[in-house]
Structures are given as C-alpha cells and as structure tokens.
Design a protein around this ligand. Structure first.
Ligand SMILES: Nc1ncnc2c1ncn2[C@@H]1O[C@H](COP(=O)(O)OP(=O)(O)OP(=O)(O)O)[C@@H](O)[C@H]1O
Ligand SMILES: [Mg+2]
Length: 305
C-alpha cells in the first residue's frame, strides 16, 4: 500500500511528538528519582539523628551530675589535705605523699576541669548536629505546609553542608528581619543546600566569601533570600540554561545538573521565584522570593493572569 505524502508527513509528525513525549517522561522520571533520593537521604539522616538523640541525651545529663559529684569530691579532697598535717611522721603520711606523686595529683586537679569542659563542649556539639539533622529533614512534620523561620532552615542547612564549605569559603550572614513563612520547610532546605553547595563549588581562588542576605518585599507580603558568591561566575551563554535539568559544567560523576532544576521546581511550587544574576570572573547571586502566605500569592498570580 502506498502512502500519500500527507500520510507520511502525519506519521513523521506523530513520531516526533511521541519522541518528545518520551523525552519528557524520561525527564520526569529522572527528576522524581532525584527528589526521592533526597527524600530518602533526609529520612535516613532523621533516623540516625533519632537513634543518636537518646544516648546523647543521657550522656549530657549525666555530665551535669558528674560535674557536681566531682566538685564534691574535690571539696572532700581539700578537707583531707587540710587535715593531713595531723598525720605528719606516720606511715599513712608517707603513703599519701607517695600516692600524690604517683598519680600527679596537682596536675590531675588542674586537668580534670579542662577535660570535663572539653567533653561537655563536644557532647553539646553532637547534640546540635543531631538537632540540625532533625530540623533539616523535618521528619516531625513531613511534607506539611507550615509556618517556619527561614533563617533557622538556612542555619541548620549550613551546619549540614559545613564540610563542603568550610575549607573553601567564609560565610557571612546578613539576615534582615523576616516573618515566618508558610512553606514546606524541608524542601526549602534542599534549595538552600543546593545554592550553598553550588556557591562553594564556584569558589575559584584561594578562599571565597559566600554572603547570605534576606529581607522582605512587596510591602511585607514576600520574603527573599540571596546567596551570593565571589566565585567563577556563569558564562553569558549558560545563564539561561542553569535551571535546565541535567545542565552541568561539572565533570562526570561530580554533578548531575539537577540541583537547580529541582530547586526551581520547589520555589515554583511555593508560588515564588528563583532568579540568577552573574558576572563571569566576579561571582554569582541567586535570589529566592517567596510569598509569606501561601494563599496570598495564588490570589496575586491569578490577578496577573
Ligand atoms: N554559584 C554558582 N557559580 C557558578 N556557576 C554555577 C553556580 N551555581 C550553579 N552554577 C552552574 O549551573 C550548573 C547547574 O547547577 P546545578 O546545581 O543544577 O547542577 P550541578 O551543581 O552541576 O549538579 P548537582 O545536581 O550536583 O547540583 C552548574 O554545573 C554550574 O555550571
Ligand atoms: Mg548543584
């Protein structure tokens, strides 16, 4: 059967649209996988945090008790030392003197408080990390719209990605006064995380600076957060592509190119905007603008359309 030119053309067109559809499906699937991966990492982190939370809790509380006991023991020791002259010349006095030398009592008395203070500091840090992991993954309030403090989210995210950043850049926080925002906090944390890690990766010289700014817009109806770095910047021809899925300039295996496209999606879901401004060789600034109240923006958007 011969096909007319029209039929052939129709077939070609159908084929093209199927290919396009297929590409879109593939993309959606890849994005879904990436966000599922992030979600499961969050869940794993939260699980670990939960497990550590308990032992850390009692070590911390025992520490307080131990410090009090030690103070009591030292007081007791002081009293014994005061009474020591009464034993002068006896075998007991000699044994005490030997022991004092053997255990280096003077040094020990100095060192114990230092050790206690350091350990206490350490356990406090572990506690903070556990709390940050919990805040970051937001297990307690999974996927719920809630009123949240963006600065808190940024701070706990910073602690989580600290390792990626601390050897490369100093972080300067120029926080403005922000109201609480109606949002999905753990998803926004993923946006902050990606912007911060990207900024750290962009640092090209010895040591860079990452500035995090925040403030309100639109007469207080919107909040914005900026992450600015003084890194390599983005070439003009790439600026419009950074939000494209799989666009990456990083070596294979280093970046998937999904970070910004996911972030874009998350900000959009919040009814907000994610914008970029960059100058090659000077640095890059990403700005997230979010409506303070979820409904308010939907209404505003409708008004625009
Ligand atoms: N702060 C920045 N400075 C310079 N280039 C940037 C910056 N942020 C993003 N880019 C560019 O945009 C590209 C895409 O970023 P995106 O976060 O989407 O993916 P990625 O960081 O390459 O990989 P990953 O999926 O691991 O995040 C980066 O490869 C980089 O070229
Ligand atoms: Mg990235």
């Amino acid at each position: 059967m011969d096909m007319t030119a029209q039929q052939v053309e129709n077939l070609i067109r159908t084929n093209e649209s199927l290919l396009e559809l297929n590409r879109k499906l593939q993309l959606a699937q890849d994005q879904l996988m990436q966000s599922e991966k992030l979600a499961s990492i969050g869940q794993l982190a939260a699980g670990v945090a939960h497990e550590i939370n308990n032992p850390v809790g009692y070590v911390f509380s025992n520490f307080g008790t131990l410090e009090r006991y030690l103070a009591d023991l030292f007081r007791m020791l002081g009293a014994y030392e005061e009474a020591e002259p009464l034993l002068a010349g006896t075998p007991a006095a000699r044994r005490l003197a030997d022991l004092r030398r053997e255990i280096e009592l003077d040094y020990l008395k100095e060192d114990v408080p230092t050790l206690m203070a350091e350990s206490c500091e350490g356990i406090k840090r572990v506690r903070k990390i556990v709390q940050d992991l919990k805040d970051f993954s937001h297990v307690d309030a999974r996927q719920e719209w809630e009123w949240a403090d963006l600065h808190k989210g940024i701070d706990s995210t910073l602690n989580i990605v600290n390792n990626e950043i601390k050897y490369k850049a100093d972080v300067v926080r120029e926080y403005g006064a922000l109201p609480e925002i109606e949002c999905l906090p753990s998803e926004l944390n993923q946006v902050f995380m990606n912007l911060l890690v990207n900024a750290a990766h962009a640092v090209s010289k010895e040591r860079g600076t990452i500035v995090i700014r925040s403030g309100v817009d639109a007469g207080g109806a919107a909040a914005w957060v900026e992450v600015e770095d003084d890194g390599c910047g983005i070439a003009k021809e790439n600026l419009s592509r950074v939000f494209d899925p799989f666009f990456t300039t990083k070596p294979v295996g280093k970046g998937t190119g999904l970070g910004l496209s996911l972030s874009y999606g998350i900000v959009k879901k919040h009814g907000g905007r994610l914008e970029v401004d960059s100058e090659p060789g000077r640095g890059t600034r990403f700005r997230i603008t979010l409506p303070v109240r979820r409904a308010a923006l939907a209404v505003a958007e409708e008004a625009v359309q």
